[in-house]
Write a protein of this length. Structure first.
Length: 350
């Protein structure tokens, strides 16, 4: 049996690039699900990492085994014909909500980090996204192959600087009092469910293209392991920032304090992640809407941006802290069915 490690690493890179979106890059998503719970959040990250490894790999292996071309087909396989269609409609609204969060994140970058109007940031992002969507998305997703490694390097650098601080251990072991501490129990499950539910739009067709079970399995394992390392490094950094929940983009605040010479590059990287996330979500929404209505791309994209803009008027941190956990809880049904779905081991391993 020939083991294609190169292809496995490529799948892992796609997996990481898909999950490491704008909420991840800003640090706000990690704060909401994990870091605000202190040491309990760290334990939740370890469990979430295990689930990302096991279920990410399983999702892609099942997709290849059933020859699912799109996540719609995959959901029909998991939920059944009618329930699967219903879930696909829910996915459409989730993608719309995430697009709104991304736009609000772009506005937050302009407002909190650059000192310009939030609306200016949102309108510039919409304008640039509109141009790309109309001209074509060829080559745009290659930006992730450049942006993600830089962001990971910055994340590891900030972690190394954080753990050198004398009070790091006390911050790591500290368990703050929170009124919604019960959410820390659900966090690893809802976080994994949310990210896998949204990532399937990319992971399912990739798995179908590769087909080789060994390659897909190890691609999922390597990708999940890399995401676990990034989560841990980000958490180790975020716990060192006092009142971390007050900031829209906490990772940029920490970079400004610890390594100010890299600050503007890091802000640019965060904006790059947000921009590619907006394009990816709108592209997915446009394709999904085309299944229900036959209208020109210009009209569907315009409608998506108008609705997303209206929702994005809410503050980025409020939007993320309300929508992401909600979507996570909704995605738990997907999580449970994926966990219970048997994997056919009699597959092509050549």
């Amino acid at each position: 049996m020939k083991k294609n490690w190169s292809a496995a690493f490529q799948i892992a890179a796609v997996y990481v690039g898909t999950v490491v979106g704008a909420g991840f890059a800003t640090g706000r998503e990690i704060v909401e699900f994990f870091s605000r719970f202190g040491f309990i959040g760290f334990l939740a990250i370890l469990l979430s990492g295990y689930l990302l490894i096991v279920l990410g790999s399983k999702l892609m292996r099942i997709a290849a085994q059933i020859n699912a071309v799109s996540y719609q087909e995959f959901n029909v396989h998991l939920f059944g014909k009618w329930a699967g269609r219903g879930i696909n409609i829910i996915m459409l609204f989730m993608l719309l909500g995430v697009s709104a969060v991304m736009l609000a994140g772009a506005g937050a970058v302009f407002e909190e980090q650059i000192g310009l109007s939030k609306n200016l940031g949102v309108f510039i992002t919409i304008f640039l996204s509109f141009l790309v969507m109309l001209i074509g998305t060829k080559g745009l997703f290659a930006v992730n192959s450049f942006v993600v490694p830089i962001m990971v390097c910055f994340s590891l650098m900030l972690m190394s600087l954080s753990i050198k601080q004398t009070d790091f251990v006390s911050h790591l072991l500290f368990v703050p009092h929170t009124e919604d501490s019960w959410k820390s129990i659900l966090a690893p499950f809802s976080y994994t469910a949310l990210n896998l539910a949204l990532a399937q739009a990319v992971l399912v067709p990739i798995a179908n293209e590769i087909k080789d079970d060994w390659t897909i399995k190890w691609g999922g394992i390597l990708g999940g392991a890399a995401l676990t390392v990034i989560l841990i490094s980000s958490h180790f950094t975020l716990i060192m920032l006092p009142n971390v929940e007050l900031y829209e983009i906490p990772m940029a605040i920490i970079m400004k304090q610890i390594a100010p010479f890299f600050y503007w590059i890091f802000v640019l990287v965060i904006y790059g992640e947000i921009f590619t996330s907006v394009i990816g979500n709108v592209f997915g929404l446009d394709r999904q809407l085309k299944q229900f209505v036959t209208v020109p791309t210009f009209i569907t994209i315009s409608a998506i941006f108008i609705v997303s803009y209206i929702i994005s008027l809410i503050d980025y941190s409020k939007l993320l802290s309300n929508l992401y956990p909600l979507f996570g809880y909704i995605s738990l049904i997907f999580f449970i069915l994926l966990w219970r779905k048997p994997l056919n081991n009699k597959v092509n391993k050549s």
